[in-house]
Design a binder for this molecule. Sequence first.
Ligand code: NAD
Length: 494
Amino acid sequence: MKNWKARAAELYDGSFRPMFIDGQWCEARSGETITAYNPADGSVLATVPKGGAADIDAAVSAARKAFEGPWSRFTPFERQALLLRIADRFEAEWDTLCLSDTLDMGMPIQRTLGNSRRVLGMLRYYAGQAVAIHGETIPNSFPGEIYSMTVREPVGVVGSIIPWNAPIAGSIWKIAPALATGCTTVLKPSEEASLTVLMIARIMQEAGLPDGVLNIVTGYGADAGAALAAHPGVDKIVFTGSTATGQAIARGATGNLKRVSLELGGKSPVIVCRDADIDKAVPIAAMSVFANSGQICIAGSRLFVAREIHDEFLGRVADYAQNLRIGHGIEETTEIGPIISARQADRIAGYLDTARREGAEVLAGGSRAEGSELNGGHFFQPTIFGGVTDQMTVAREEIFGPVISAMPFDTLDEVVERANATPYGLAAGVFSTHLGTAHKLAHRLKAGSVWVNMYHAIDPAVPFGGVKMSGYGREGGREHVEEYLDTKAIWINA
Ligand code: NAD
């Protein structure tokens, strides 16, 4: 057991943490700051610059200068070596990174620590990709000695905007492919959780990242975020966040027709068939939503259960939910941490009221979690609603809190139709021991990822992303690298 509390006091003492532009640690040009609170108890961790359009301008200029200057002369093997050095430094400082994330956004430390395979894997996977980027020589229809070939070139300056719910993985999944492909980055973290992202920049700088290759501008979305999305000097925007913000960003990006990738929200179905292995399915279905207190884009928040096993299954999920330990993320036994902010907590509370008013039945939880040890934070009991219909608000809208809406189903055709009847298409889960059923559902569900007899598997080598209003573009795998590359055709008349 690490002494997390003592280390927390050393890590953040309320002081100012500068942002990172052109290799320099700086204030906002306005001199204004944002206060970073610990969502578990409301204490002040630090202040960060309230960056705005002028800071975004400076960061984009620095990123352009680096892209056209020293960074463009790095060979793929040098970029690979840099990524591997960064990965080693991350590994050495992993505990501190996780502690920072837990303090800044509340994710239980047991969960942040457990993300190391994925995050270190991302850095090392993209290190491998850096030396595997190449074009092709293509035969053509011209007579004579006319040769045609393609080369792959970095897109240029990438603007990255991320939410607060997973700052380490969220930022690495934007920065690592940029480093692998030779792009430069201006990253705006969420105003709710900037501290770990600043720590990440410090680690990368110490690992030898040249000035301007990565720039971090802290600030609000409507201000720094909108300025980045609309900036004419940015060649591509990669965004993770809500669907409404994604729409605003796509509109903002039209000025210079910059390329856009969007990883947006979801209302993902989990389907438990009558032949499911119930012992296996109960904890996975529960944690598909309750992990990170429901603040996960892929939350399997619509739980469809075959009518034959519906009551038994929900009884067991409710028991599981009631035994989850709620508390400060810094306690190693905590499974359900705080909600990020009062605003977000009020939103969740509103959904709980609406569900009751619309006739849903509380099978577990149903309200805020109280207790002297939870004072100052915003905590919710893991909640399961039964008796939900497809039309109810909690079955249609993304809640981003620990709330499952459970519904029975009778046939596979019916459940596929209902599961797909949403504007979203991020993820889906299927529980069945019948191979044919698993295949049938996996192929017919409209989602970017479908997990069978598991959930939540995300890997650096496997593409992840949404369809429909959950966005477009993929993170992970070769497709992700493609997002950061342009193709140039070269013709030679020999
Ligand atoms: P959000 O959309 O409010 O904010 C995300 C980021 O966008 C923040 O950095 C914010 O400052 C910025 N922003 C806000 N308004 C902006 C604007 N007008 N222009 C430019 N930037 C702006 O989302 P959130 O509340 O931070 O995160 C929760 C949402 O993120 C949920 O909908 C969740 O599903 C989604 N999410 C999706 C994925 C995925 O991979 N698909 C992963 C995590 C979270």
